[in-house]
Design a protein around this ligand. Structure first.
Ligand SMILES: [Zn+2]
Length: 506
């Protein structure tokens, strides 16, 4: 029986390796150059009075989606929000109550005082959930608590004793990044500063896991409901930081001396005479072919910016690149934008680059990722103004994992604007440079960690989003590591971001 048919309630009342990253070789031991002027995009949000009713409804919809309740079914339930709780009424009598934090919590939160709770399952789970989700981690909780995440208080009533909706909202909207001024030399908020790494839960999609607990509760209230099977989806993405244009002898020699690929050097040196594409550009075709061979698809994010200390600088409209773009587009490869280093915090420069790239690739609404993962919650505003379809920057540069506590693409909530952003966020979970340069993992350890991450995505039905640069394919060890990951994940479903946006299931 469908969930909708069980509901007869009233109408809804509410609404060691490589410089894989960038052209300027951030290789171990290499100089980082002159420090970039510190960027401290602090914008402490005013939450002394708590969050709005609209924000709570947003968080409620997010947890319902993660419990596999279809949007149209959720819309048929009655939701009431008052000062003390958000109450969902399913049918005539069944209720789920989400308690709200007291007013004092919000003042304490602004001062950095909150609890990180580890709650229990409502019912004992079966494997693999029991192994991968031993408990539910709730940061930014209003009080210390050790019981189940949802408690049955009477026959048809369940209650969440802590302010789960507020915690979800703060995690998804990246509250802590709005509050903190700490950034690295590239203006990035690091995993090392995050509550997730400090409390050892960055490796878990905690927000998505709440949906597993809520699903148990809904099933107890609606025993005939059979939630759909949760499937892993995979998004392979590639930031094209370098194309081999403009040609550079030192870069070509690097294929031999840094990446042990002498044929790549020969190809580059003979390329102009023989009409061969540079090795880095040829790797773009290899990376998309690899995806197809394993039954998956690649998304290529292109730049179009002048050379800088942090950008290789290529002109996407130059003939050899334009031809490559046209060929890839004809092959059905997804093409998107990779705005350059200095577009961060510069909406005008961002708009210009997005416009130019869009003209070359012939698309008006595309997705992409900020170069160097330079990102702040306000970057969502800038991307929305550009009319972009999705962002996939929200992942840490220094550690793989679930920066926003989720691997389920979602429309972000802006705490500053107190509204949903017209954009999809497809959280980035892992980047090659993070594994090789920041975490210094051996290839085989990188593969193991990536597959563990994918397992966690699978049990919540999320999207495993991976960034692998074209340059990293030229390294024999990590090139093989990437192919091992593709072999393990082959024929996984793709994530259709256009369909997700149009269906409203996000
Ligand atoms: Zn980049």
């Amino acid at each position: 029986m469908s969930l909708a048919k069980q509901i007869s309630g009233p109408e809804c009342s509410t609404t060691p390796l490589l410089a894989l990253h960038g052209s300027q070789a951030l290789e171990p031991g290499a100089s980082l150059g002159d420090p970039v002027e510190a960027i401290s995009p602090s914008s402490k949000v005013q939450l002394q009075r708590g969050v709005s009713r609209a924000a709570r409804l947003y968080a409620l919809r997010q947890v319902m989606l993660r419990s596999a309740v279809p949007q149209e079914v959720f819309n048929s339930w009655r939701v009431e929000v008052d000062g003390n709780a958000t109450v969902v009424t399913l049918g005539r009598d069944a209720r789920i109550l989400f308690r709200h934090a007291p007013a004092t919590f919000w003042r304490n939160l602004i001062d950095g005082s909150y609890e990180v709770v580890r709650a229990e399952w409502p019912y004992p789970p079966s494997n693999p959930c029991a192994a991968l989700v031993p408990d539910f981690v709730v940061p930014f909780a209003d009080r210390a608590y050790t019981g189940p995440l949802f408690v049955r208080t009477s026959g048809d009533t369940w209650e969440c004793p802590i302010d789960l909706l507020a915690s979800m909202l703060l995690t998804l909207s990246r509250f802590e990044e709005l509050q903190s001024d700490k950034r690295d030399m590239h203006g990035r908020f690091l995993a090392a500063q995050s509550v997730a790494l400090k409390h050892n839960f960055l490796h878990r999609p905690i927000v998505d896991e709440y949906g597993l607990a809520l699903q148990q509760v809904i099933q107890s209230l609606l025993p005939c409901w059979s939630p759909p099977e949760r499937r892993l989806r995979v998004k392979l993405s590639h930031d094209i930081d370098e194309t081999g244009f403009p040609r550079s002898i030192s870069n070509s020699l690097g294929h031999t001396f840094k990446r042990r690929k002498p044929f790549a050097t020969v190809r580059d040196l003979l390329g102009p005479a023989l009409g061969l594409r540079p090795s880095l550009l040829e790797a773009v075709f290899r990376i998309t072919s690899l995806s197809k061979r394993h039954g998956m698809a690649s998304a290529l994010y292109w730049k179009d910016s002048p050379k800088s200390a942090w950008d290789s600088g290529y002109d996407l409209s130059m003939k050899p690149l334009h031809e490559v773009v046209d060929r890839l587009k004809n092959e059905g490869v997804e093409l998107g934008v990779h705005p350059s280093y200095y577009t961060f915090n510069d909406p005008h420069r961002l708009g210009d680059e997005v416009k130019h790239i869009g003209e070359v690739i012939g698309e008006t609404r595309v997705g992409g990722r900020q170069h160097f993962l330079r990102w702040h919650p306000r970057t969502w505003h800038d991307w929305e103004k550009c009319g972009l379809g999705y962002d996939s920057t929200v992942g840490f540069s220094d550690h793989i994992g679930f920066r926003a506590g989720t691997c389920v693409p979602y429309r972000p909530w802006s705490l500053e604007l107190d509204r949903e952003i017209e954009l999809l966020e497809i959280p980035l979970l892992a980047m090659d440079v993070t594994l090789t340069y920041y975490m210094r993992l051996a290839p085989e350890d990188s593969v193991a960690l990536l597959l563990q991450c994918a397992d966690r995505c699978k049990i919540v039905g999320g999207v495993f989003t991976l960034l692998w640069h074209n340059r990293s394919l030229l390294d024999p060890h990590y090139g093989r590591a990437y192919q091992s990951v593709l072999s393990a994940l082959e024929y996984s479903c793709a994530f259709d971001w256009k369909q997700a946006l149009s269906s409203g299931q996000c």
